[in-house]
Design a binder for this molecule. Structure first.
Ligand SMILES: *[C@@H]1O[C@H](CO)[C@@H](O)[C@H](O)[C@H]1NC(C)=O
Ligand SMILES: *[C@@H]1O[C@H](CO)[C@@H](O)[C@H](O)[C@H]1NC(C)=O
Ligand SMILES: *[C@@H]1O[C@H](CO)[C@@H](O)[C@H](O)[C@H]1NC(C)=O
Ligand SMILES: *[C@@H]1O[C@H](CO)[C@@H](O)[C@H](O)[C@H]1NC(C)=O
Length: 957
C-alpha cells in the first residue's frame, strides 16, 4: 500500500471511530443494568458442572462505562437502549431461580435463554408473566422442578417455548436427572399461545389426555411432547398442521391411535418420532409423500402389516427405526436405495430378510440393527464396505458358518452383537480398538490364544459370552482394564475361579455372572473377591465347595444358590447394600446371624434348602423392607420372631420343612401385603381360631398349613378374611409373585420360583402367577364341619383338607368354586352324599374323597367320568361308576348334571403346565421403570445398554 493511501485509510478509521463514540452514549438503562447485576449475584459459578461451557456473567461489571449492552449474553434495542435479549445458556450458573432477583424487572425482554444451568431443583418462579414482550423463552435442561407457573401462559407473543428439563445429550451420556416438572392443565396453559412456532414440553408430567387444542396452532413447525404421560387417543388433527417440520410425541406409552392418511399432507415433515407409544394399525401409503423426511422413529409400538413400498420414496431418510413392532414381509430391496441412511433399526419384528444382503450399498450406515429378522446363511463379505459402522446388531437370526475376517476390519465398531446365531470361527479382535460391547452369546465361537494375547481392547466394558461352549476362562479377561460387565453363564468352565481374571478390571467391574458352570473353588483359596464396585454377582448353579465368600461392599444382587457351600453364614453381614440375597440349595450349617434382619435395603432373602439351625433371629427393625422370605428345608426351631410384623411389605413367607414350634401366627394379619404363607411340615399346633380372634388376610393367595398339628374347628373367620380369593382375576391382569414393590433393576430381574403341590405332585414354578390361589390345610387335626362359606372363595384353584378329622357332609357350595382344579377331602370322617352339583366343576382334574364315610351315588358326567376308583375308595356307602357297586333302584338312571358334555377337559386358564407368560406391561414400560431407578452416575451407560439387552431377552422368552 502506498504511504498516501495508507494515510487516507487511517484518517477514515479515526473519523469513523470518532463518529461512533460521539453517538454511543451508554446505551444501557441504569435500572436494567442494576437488575442484571442483582440477577447475577443470586448465583454461584460452578465450572465443574457437566453442562458448563463458559460463565458469561464473569465479564459483567459496573465500572468503566458500565454499559450492560456490551456485556456477554446481552442484547439491546439499538434505538431505545432497552435490554431485549438475555442469553445465559450453558453459563455455569448454580443457585435458586427466584422471583425477586431482578430478572422480572427487564420488562423489554423479547428473548430469554437460561438453558443448561443448574437451578438446584428450585421451582420455576412466578413473574414471567410480567415479561409481556417475550417471544422466545428457553428454560430447558436447568434442573428446575415443581409446577410450571400459570403466568407463562399469559405470554401470548411467544413464538418459541422450551421447558424440556433435559438436554439432548444427557441421555446419550447416561446422565439422568429426575424429571419433576408438572403441568396439571396443559389445555389451559397453551390455549392463548397460538403464535407458537416451536414448542417443547417434553418430560413434563401432564397426566392428561393429549391437548386437542394444539390442532389449531397452525404456525407450529416443531412440536415436542415426549414422555408427558399422556393417555387416551392421539388426536388425528395434529397430522393436519400444515407447517409441521418436526413432531415428537415419543414415550407416551398410554397414547393409542393410528397414523391417519392425512399424514401425507405434511410435506415439510423432516422429523417424526412416535417411539414407545401404544400406536397400532398399518402405515398409510400416503407416507410416500413425505419426501423431506430425514428422521423416522416408530419403534416400540404395535404397528403391524406388510412394510410398504413407499419407503423406497423416502430417499432423504438418514435415521429409520422400526424396531419392536409387528411389521412383517420381505424387506429385500425396499431400503436398498436409501443410501443416506446412517441409522437403520429393523430389529424385533417379523421381517424376513433371508439371505439377500441388500444393505451392502448403504455405505453411510453407522448403526445397523437386524436382530430377529430371520436372516439366514453365511455372513460372507456383506459388511466389508460398511466401514463406518459403529453399532452392528445381528442377534437372534439363523446366520451360519464362519465369521469372515472382513468383520474384524470394521475399526470403528463400538457395539457388536451376534447373540443367538449359529456362527463359528475364531475371534480376531485386536483391530477393534473402539469396541465397548461385545455379545457372542449362544454361538460356537472360540478364542485363539495368540490373537487373545495381542488383543488389548482399551474400551471394552461389556462382554457377554453366555453359552459359548467355553471350557476355560478366556485369557483375554486378564488384560481388559475397563470391563464393567462380564457374563459367562451356561458354559462348561471347570475348576477354580482364577485370580488373574480380575487383574485388569478389579476397579471397574460392576456385574459378574458366572452361573451354570462347573466351578469348584476360588483361586489361591481367596474366597473374597477384590471387586470394590461390584453390584451384581451370580455364581449360582456351580459346584463351589468352599465357605461362603463375603459379599463385596456395594453388592446388591448376590446369588450363590445351588452350590455346595458349607459352614457359617456370618460373613454375609458385610453386605451392607444387599437387595437380593439367595444362598439357597447349599450345605450351610450354622445359625442365622441377626444381621439379616438389619440390612437397609434387603428385599429378598432366600436361605432355603440348607442345614441352618437354631432360632430365626428376632431382629427385624421398624424399617424392614423385606418382601420375600424363604427359609424352607432347614433345621430351624423355636417360634417365628414377632418382630417380623415390622416387615410391612412382606408378600411371601415360606418356612416349610423346619422344626418350628409355635401357634398360628395370627399377628401376621397386620401385614396387608402378605399373599403367601407356607408353614408346611413344622410343629405348629393348637386351634387357629379362638373366641375373639380377628383376622385380616385380605390379600392372601396361598396358605399352606399342611403337615402340622393344628387342631380345633376349621377357622371360618380366617377363611372369611381371604378377600382376594373372592374375586376372579382375568387372565390379562395376571401378576407374578416377583412383581415387587421395591422396584429396582435387581428385583425386576429376579425370577422368584417356588415349589407348590399341584394335584399331589410337588411342582416347581419358575414364576408363580398370583392367580394360583390355594388352600392346603391337610394332615392336621382339624375337626368339625367344612364351613359352607368356603364356597365364597371363588378363585380357588386348589383345596386340600385331607387327613384331618372332619365330620359332617360335603357342602354343596363347593360347586361355586368354578376354577377349582384339585379338590382333596380324603382321609376324614365325612358322611352323607357327594353333592351332585360338583359335576359342574369343569376344570376339576384331580378329585379325592377316599377313606371317608360317604354314601349314595357318585355324580356322573363331565369331569367325573375321568376320575379313577382311587378317588372314591374306602367309602362303604358309595356306589356307581367307576366303583363296581351298582346303585340299585335309583342309581344308574340319574339325569346328567346340567353342564354339557363338550366342556369336559376344557383347557383351564391355570392348568398344570403353567406356561410362562411375559409380564403384562410393555417393554417400554419396563425400560421406563429401569431408567427411573437409575443410579445417577456417569457409569450408568452400561445400564442403558443392559436394559436394552434385557428387553431383548424378555421379548424372546
Ligand atoms: C386467554 O386470553 C383471553 C382473552 O385475552 C383471556 O380472557 C383469558 O383469560 C386467557 N386465558 C389464559 C389461560 O390465559
Ligand atoms: C413416490 O413419490 C412420487 C413423486 O414424488 C409419487 O408420485 C409416488 O406416488 C410416490 N410413491 C409412493 C409409493 O408413495
Ligand atoms: C433403486 O434404484 C434403482 C436405480 O435408480 C432403480 O432401478 C430401482 O428400481 C430402485 N429400487 C427401488 C426399490 O425403488
Ligand atoms: C465393496 O466395494 C468394492 C469396490 O467398490 C466392490 O468391488 C465390492 O464388490 C463391494 N463389496 C460388496 C460386498 O458389495
Amino acid at each position: 500500500m502506498a504511504p498516501s493511501l495508507f494515510f487516507m485509510f487511517c484518517t477514515w478509521v479515526v473519523l469513523l471511530v470518532t463518529i461512533h463514540t460521539s453517538i454511543a452514549k451508554p446505551l444501557c438503562h441504569a435500572d436494567e443494568s442494576s437488575a442484571l447485576m442483582e440477577f447475577r449475584r443470586s448465583f454461584r459459578i460452578n465450572r465443574i458442572d457437566f453442562m458448563c461451557i463458559y460463565p458469561k456473567v464473569e465479564s459483567w461489571s459496573l465500572d468503566e462505562h458500565g454499559d450492560c449492552c456490551s456485556w456477554d449474553g446481552i442484547e439491546c434495542n439499538k434505538a431505545t437502549g432497552h435490554v431485549t435479549g438475555l442469553d445465559l445458556s450453558h453459563s455455569c450458573l448454580l443457585g435458586t431461580l427466584s422471583s425477586d432477583t431482578g430478572l422480572f424487572r427487564l420488562l423489554h425482554l423479547e428473548s430469554l435463554n437460561l438453558a443448561c444451568n443448574d437451578f438446584n431443583s428450585s421451582s420455576i418462579p412466578y413473574g414471567f408473566g410480567n415479561l409481556s414482550k417475550l417471544q422466545y423463552l428457553n428454560l430447558s435442561c436447568s434442573n428446575l422442578s415443581g409446577k410450571v407457573p400459570s403466568d407463562i401462559s399469559l405470554l401470548s407473543r411467544l413464538v418459541s417455548l422450551d421447558l424440556n428439563p433435559f438436554c439432548d445429550f444427557e441421555m446419550t451420556r447416561g446422565v439422568y436427572r429426575w424429571s419433576i416438572l408438572k403441568m396439571p392443565n396443559i389445555d389451559n396453559f397453551i390455549q392463548n399461545l397460538t403464535m407458537l412456532r416451536v414448542l417443547d414440553l417434553s418430560f413434563i408430567n401432564m397426566s392428561s389426555p393429549f391437548p386437542h387444542v394444539l390442532a389449531n396452532f397452525s404456525s407450529l413447525k416443531s412440536l415436542k411432547l415426549e414422555s408427558c404421560e399422556f393417555h387416551g387417543e392421539f388426536p388425528v388433527s395434529i397430522f393436519q398442521l400444515p407447517n409441521l417440520e418436526a413432531l415428537n410425541i415419543g414415550s407416551n406409552y398410554q397414547l393409542s391411535g393410528e397414523v391417519p392418511i392425512s399424514i401425507g399432507n405434511l410435506v415439510f415433515l423432516n422429523e417424526l418420532s412416535i417411539r414407545d407409544c401404544n400406536i397400532s394399525g398399518s402405515l398409510p401409503t400416503s407416507m410416500g409423500n413425505l419426501s423431506q423426511l430425514a428422521h423416522l422413529d416408530l419403534s416400540f409400538n404395535k404397528f403391524h402389516g406388510q412394510v410398504r413400498t413407499f419407503f423406497a420414496n423416502l430417499t432423504h431418510l438418514s435415521y429409520l427405526d422400526l424396531s419392536y413392532n409387528n411389521f412383517h414381509g420381505q424387506v429385500h430391496t425396499l431400503f436398498a436405495n436409501l443410501t443416506h441412511l446412517s441409522y437403520l433399526d429393523l430389529g424385533d419384528n417379523n421381517f424376513s430378510i433371508g439371505t439377500g444382503h441388500w444393505f451392502v450399498n448403504l455405505v453411510k450406515l453407522t448403526h445397523l440393527n437386524l436382530a430377529d429378522c430371520h436372516l439366514s446363511g453365511p455372513i460372507t463379505n456383506s459388511f466389508e464396505n460398511l466401514t463406518r459402522l459403529v453399532w452392528l446388531q445381528l442377534s437372534s437370526n439363523n446366520l451360519q458358518g464362519e465369521i469372515p475376517n472382513s468383520l474384524w476390519e470394521l475399526k470403528d465398531l463400538e457395539v457388536l452383537d451376534l447373540y443367538g446365531n449359529n456362527l463359528s470361527g475364531t475371534m480376531d479382535l485386536h483391530k477393534l480398538k473402539e469396541l465397548r460391547t461385545l455379545d457372542l452369546s449362544f454361538n460356537n465361537i472360540s478364542f485363539v490364544s495368540k490373537a487373545e494375547i495381542n488383543a488389548t481392547l482399551p474400551k471394552l466394558s461389556n462382554l457377554y459370552l453366555d453359552s459359548c461352549n467355553l471350557h476355560e476362562f478366556p485369557k483375554l479377561l486378564g488384560y481388559l482394564s475397563t470391563l464393567e460387565m462380564i457374563s459367562l453363564p451356561y458354559n462348561k468352565i471347570e475348576g477354580s475361579i482364577p485370580m488373574w481374571m480380575w487383574n485388569g478390571s478389579r476397579e471397574s467391574l460392576i456385574y459378574v455372572d458366572l452361573s451354570h458352570n462347573f466351578l469348584t473353588s476360588f483361586g489361591n483359596n481367596q474366597i473374597n473377591l477384590p471387586l470394590p464396585k461390584l453390584a451384581y454377582l451370580d455364581i449360582s448353579s456351580n459346584q463351589l465347595k468352599t465357605e461362603l465368600p463375603s459379599p463385596p461392599p456395594l453388592v446388591a444382587f448376590y446369588n450363590i444358590s445351588h452350590n455346595f457351600l458349607f459352614g457359617e453364614i456370618q460373613s454375609i453381614c458385610s453386605g451392607r447394600s444387599l437387595v437380593i440375597l439367595d444362598l439357597s440349595n447349599n450345605n450351610l450349617n450354622s445359625t442365622i446371624p441377626p444381621c439379616v434382619g438389619k440390612f437397609d435395603s434387603l428385599s429378598i432373602l432366600n436361605l432355603g434348602k440348607n442345614k441352618l439351625e437354631g432360632m430365626i433371629p428376632h431382629a427385624y427393625p421398624k424399617c424392614c423392607l423385606l418382601e420375600i422370605i424363604d427359609l424352607t428345608k432347614n433345621r430351624l426351631q423355636g417360634p417365628i420372631p414377632r418382630s417380623l410384623a415390622n416387615c410391612k411389605m412382606l408378600k411371601y413367607l415360606n418356612l416349610a420343612h423346619n422344626q418350628i414350634l409355635d401357634g398360628f401366627p395370627l399377628w401376621l394379619s397386620k401385614l396387608t401385603e402378605l399373599k403367601v404363607i407356607i408353614l408346611k411340615s413344622n410343629k405348629f399346633h393348637g386351634p387357629i381360631e379362638a373366641y375373639r380372634s380377628q383376622f385380616n388376610f385380605s390379600n392372601m393367595h396361598i396358605m399352606d398349613l399342611s403337615y402340622n398339628s393344628f387342631s380345633g374347628e376349621l377357622p371360618s373367620k380366617l377363611l372369611q378374611s381371604f378377600h382376594a380369593m373372592k374375586v376372579i382375576v382375568s387372565q390379562d391382569e395376571l401378576e407374578y409373585m416377583n412383581t415387587l414393590e421395591n422396584v429396582t433393576i435387581y428385583t425386576l430381574l429376579f425370577e422368584y420360583g417356588m415349589t407348590l403341590m399341584n394335584k399331589g405332585v410337588e411342582t416347581e414354578y419358575a414364576k408363580v402367577p398370583l392367580a394360583l390361589m390355594q388352600i392346603d390345610f391337610s394332615n392336621n387335626l382339624f375337626e368339625g364341619h367344612i364351613p359352607a362359606l368356603i364356597g365364597d372363595l371363588k378363585s380357588l384353584i386348589l383345596l386340600n383338607l385331607s387327613n384331618n378329622v372332619l365330620t359332617g357332609s360335603i357342602p354343596p357350595s363347593l360347586a361355586n368354586l368354578t376354577l377349582l382344579e384339585s379338590l382333596d377331602l380324603s382321609q376324614n370322617k365325612l358322611s352323607g352324599e357327594i353333592p351332585q352339583k360338583l359335576a359342574q366343576l369343569t376344570f376339576l382334574s384331580s378329585f379325592n374323597v377316599s377313606d371317608n364315610q360317604l354314601l349314595g351315588p357318585i355324580p356322573q358326567g363331565s369331569q367325573f367320568n375321568t376320575f379313577a376308583i382311587n378317588s372314591f375308595a374306602m367309602n362303604e356307602g358309595l356306589c356307581g361308576s367307576p366303583l363296581p357297586k351298582k346303585c340299585g333302584t335309583f342309581g344308574d338312571d340319574l339325569p346328567l348334571p346340567p353342564s354339557s358334555q363338550e366342556e369336559i377337559g376344557k383347557e383351564s386358564p391355570f392348568n398344570l403346565d403353567w406356561k410362562i407368560v411375559l409380564i403384562g406391561a410393555g417393554i417400554g414400560f419396563l425400560i421406563g421403570v429401569i431408567l427411573e431407578n437409575l443410579i445417577i452416575d456417569e457409569k450408568s451407560s452400561w445400564f442403558l445398554h443392559w436394559s436394552k439387552r434385557m428387553a431383548k431377552i424378555w421379548k424372546r422368552s
